[in-house]
Design a protein around this ligand. Structure first.
Ligand code: PFF
Length: 468
């Protein structure tokens, strides 16, 4: 309504005085449809976190107990933060750093964690993306005889994983360079529906294997004799953050390309629902197969590269299922990686005034370089340690355990304590167009629950990780 308009005009006036980039605002890109945004945002959320991390985290964290915690946290902590980030982005129509500055001039740092974190995540995410490409093509043109050996030979070699990593990064760079609606949105609208279809095929196949019921039981029946509740809880919380792409400026950036009349609350439910559905379907796809072949569910990070190939080798048409599986993992990885790419691209082009192409090339070169360090940490550089961690481990520690929670914490404080609540609520409701019944609870979560939980997590996970 009219009040909304006035508030917007006032805000723009302030923005104008603070940063002087009022005129750039009219040139900004937009999603071409709400569906396109939803696919892009769900694409960011659904990634290696769902397909690679979730099944093995469930495996090492005692199955159903972990899933229950994960689902509760997803909607009590994840969805509220997601909603908050989208609102900040749409309200300010800016990259993550400028967005936070526009909420409060000294708070650019809150978005800065995002830009830094996005870079650090890319530095190891791309390596796995490269592995996925390698496995996909291996099954396309042949097969993998001895998966354990194959995995360690491949990952510890130098040239090949680097080539695949650079190819993967190059694909992301091309998509991002094509633009928000022309690149990111278009690709997401194709990849995400295909991903849904493929994962259902794999899950159905997996559930139809004899004895798969053991995997389903492990997945669905909670084992309350668990002792390390705290570490299960920390894993679940970390997984919610990582899986929803929180604290990294992704949803601020994607939200900034949204129209003012899109219902944010609705979208903040759809995205976690899609994300959780895919994670759980991935569990059904991976864990039963693992049980059928008597492989311990705790087998860890190698699950999809070592364990699943052994399964593919045993079943009829295994090669076809393998190609479908790695293709879907590839779709998931690309749509997530481009969201990280876009966080940095938006910052470099809007705040630093680089051309989009220049920004993309800079990111491509920089992340290829750090990616090479990560990749080689499985081989030639495995002896180089930072705080006792290889490059790969260090990058993932730095982003998942430090930058992501800290970024999330600052966003909570910024939106919960500093952002004018009338303006915030007005943004959520699109100027009164939608009823927002959850505003009080949302503020409570942002002010108390979320910061407290994040701080507990930060402290305990540092203690645990560094004492490993
Ligand atoms: N959510 C992605 C996944 O589950 O694989 C990873 C990710 C993407 C994390 C974007 C953070 C981010 F900003």
């Amino acid at each position: 309504g009219i009040v909304h308009q006035i508030i917007k005009i006032k805000e723009n006036h302030i923005i104008n005085k603070n940063t002087g980039d009022f005129f750039n605002m009219s040139k900004r890109e937009k999603w071409s449809s709400e569906f396109g945004f939803l696919m892009a945002a769900a694409g960011s959320a659904i990634g290696l976190g769902n397909l690679w991390k979730f099944p093995y985290l469930t495996g090492i964290s005692g199955g159903a107990v972990f899933i229950i915690m994960y689902l509760i946290l997803m909607f009590t902590l994840g969805a509220p933060l997601l909603l908050t980030e989208m609102s900040i982005g749409r309200h300010t129509k800016s990259n993550s750093i400028d967005a936070c500055k526009k909420i409060s001039p000294k708070w650019g740092i809150a978005g800065g964690f995002g830009v830094a974190g996005a870079f650090v995540i890319l530095s190891y995410y791309m390596v796995i993306g490269g592995w996925v490409l390698k496995y996909m093509t291996s099954y396309l043109f042949g097969t993998i005889e001895n998966p354990q050996q194959y995995f360690s030979d491949f990952t510890s070699s130098t040239a090949e994983p680097i080539i695949w990593l650079v190819v993967f990064t190059g694909i992301c760079a091309l998509i991002v360079n094509a633009g928000v609606s022309n690149g990111i949105e278009k690709i997401s609208k194709i990849f995400l529906p295909l991903l849904f279809l493929f994962i259902i095929i794999i899950a159905v196949k997996s559930l139809s294997l004899p004895n798969s019921i053991e995997g389903v039981k492990f997945f669905l029946i909670p084992d309350f004799s668990q002792k390390n509740w705290i570490s299960i809880f920390i894993n679940a919380m970390g997984q919610v953050f990582f899986s929803l792409s929180l604290g990294m400026g992704t949803l601020i950036t994607y939200g900034s390309y949204l129209d003012d009349d899109v219902n944010l609350v609705k979208n903040s439910l759809y995205i976690p629902i899609f994300d959780a559905v895919i994670a759980i379907t991935a569990g059904f796809a991976v864990l039963p197969a693992v049980f059928v072949f008597n492989i311990p569910p705790e087998s860890g990070a190698g699950m999809i590269f070592q364990v699943l190939p052994s399964v593919f080798n045993e079943i009829k048409f295994g090669r076809i299922f393998a190609v479908i599986f790695f293709l879907l993992v590839f779709f998931a990885a690309v749509t997530s990686a481009i969201s990280l790419f876009e966080v940095i691209t938006a910052y470099l082009s809007e705040n630093r005034h680089f051309k989009r192409l220049t920004a993309v090339i800079m990111i491509f070169i920089a992340t290829s370089f750090t990616g090479i360090l990560s990749s080689m940490s499985f081989g030639k550089l495995s002896n180089i340690k930072i705080l006792g961690m290889t490059f790969f481990e260090f990058f993932s520690f730095l982003s998942d355990k430090i930058l992501m929670p800290l970024g999330g914490l600052l966003i909570c404080i910024l939106a919960g304590y500093i952002w004018d609540r009338v303006v915030f609520k007005n943004e959520l409701s699109s100027g009164g167009k939608y009823k927002v019944k959850i505003f009080k609870s949302l503020r409570f979560i942002l002010r108390y629950t979320a910061p407290l939980m994040i701080i507990i997590i930060l402290i305990s996970s540092w203690i645990m990780d560094l004492s490993d």
